[in-house]
Design a protein around this ligand. Structure first.
Ligand code: GLY
Length: 359
């Protein structure tokens, strides 16, 4: 299931070579309204390539959009020997991958992520899917892209909060690897870093994910380590939507990482120095001004909200069914422990500390 990952800022050449080698019956490019306009014309694809434009945004990652892609493929002569090129953020690579993986029981596809979050996470590792009945990624299949072209040239125009969203997943990968990689990332000022120059760091980060996915492609064991930060992160994200001050996924993950480092400290003795470094980094970087909002990004949580947050954590489909909630924790940077539980009392203590550290 190992994926062909190409790291390059010469996207047109890389894509041209892949298409030539694949010699597909037909080529179908799946893009959202933005990437169809801004990115696809710069890819140098043959004029015969068929463009399938879908609405932008996670709300459109649904069965209707998927059916419209299937319909378009039927109407435009796609066969099992055809190829799709999915151009966009995680929404496009998730739904485009699922369309390709299911059409005629599976055709080839290439992912071309255009956001940092998409490049570091969604496009790599073979998870495809759609949202269903309000549940995120409820329906999907594991189907790795035949190739992923990872480029940072598209990030030059991304707003800072988009870059920081992806950067949180890079910090997660670093925490799963070792303390040196972790310190390298939290020691970098992303606001001063040339977006196009992020390629070497992004390569290291994607390769960490690739190593884990190669070991456990269908998430039966070690791949669950990639859930680090997401049990609390998803709860914060859902809660922020309920409060009508939505937090970008990566910001929620960044705070989720800190919360789960605190739980790791309580449960497994995770070093407090690394914890405090993360707290200081978040306060400096994941700020209201990086998000372009007037108030601090962490939703204004009070202790009255803890029950709701714990409720949201226990309903996350990846978590345990008992009263205790399932986490990936860390003994130290680079030493993850999957399938650990924490009691509601521990989570409450961690949320108290999280609020103190980030206020
Ligand atoms: N996003 C985590 C994974 O791909 O397993």
């Amino acid at each position: 299931m190992s994926q062909n990952l190409l790291f390059t800022n010469d996207v047109a050449t890389a894509l041209g070579n892949l298409v030539k080698d694949a010699a597909p019956a037909t080529i179908h490019v799946i893009a959202d309204e933005n990437t169809a306009r801004l990115v696809v014309p710069r890819l140098g694809l043959p004029a015969s390539a068929d463009l399938i434009t879908i609405p932008a945004g996670d709300d459109a990652k649904n069965l209707d959009t998927l059916a419209s892609i299937w319909g378009h493929l039927v109407d435009n002569g796609a066969t099992r020997r055809s190829l799709t090129v999915n151009v966009g953020g995680g929404m496009v690579t998730d739904i485009g991958g699922m369309a390709a993986a299911t059409f005629k029981r599976g055709m080839r596809f290439i992912n071309l992520p255009t956001t940092l979050l998409g490049a570091v996470d969604a496009a790599v590792g073979g998870k495809t899917g759609i949202n269903f009945r309000g549940l995120k990624n409820e329906i999907g299949v594991f189907a790795p892209a035949d190739a992923v072209i990872v480029s940072t040239r598209f990030f030059v125009t991304l707003p800072m909060h988009e870059l920081l969203s992806g950067y949180a997943e890079m910090i997660k990968h670093a925490l799963l690897t070792d303390g040196r990689e972790y310190r390298r990332l939290i020691g970098t000022d992303v606001s001063l870093t040339d977006a196009a120059g992020l390629l070497p760091m992004l390569r290291d980060s994607v390769m960490i994910k690739k190593r884990i996915v190669d070991e456990d492609p269908c998430e039966k064991g070690v791949r669950r380590a990639l859930n680090l930060g997401h049990t609390v992160g998803h709860a914060l994200e859902s809660f922020s939507h309920e409060c009508r001050s939505p937090l970008p996924h990566g910001y929620a993950v960044a705070y989720g990482l800190l919360a789960e480092m605190i739980i790791s400290h309580i449960e497994l003795g995770f070093p407090s120095s690394a914890l405090h470094e993360m707290g200081a980094f978040l306060k400096k970087t994941y700020t209201a001004s990086s998000l372009g909002i007037p108030v601090q990004p962490l939703p204004a949580i009070s202790c009255d909200d803890y029950d709701r947050l714990i409720d949201l954590m226990s309903h996350d489909k990846k978590n345990a069914t008992s009263n205790d909630i399932n986490f990936t924790l860390l003994e130290a940077p680079g030493r993850p422990v999957i399938d650990r539980t924490a009691t509601p009392a521990t989570i409450v203590a961690a949320l108290d500390i999280l609020r103190d550290m980030t206020s």
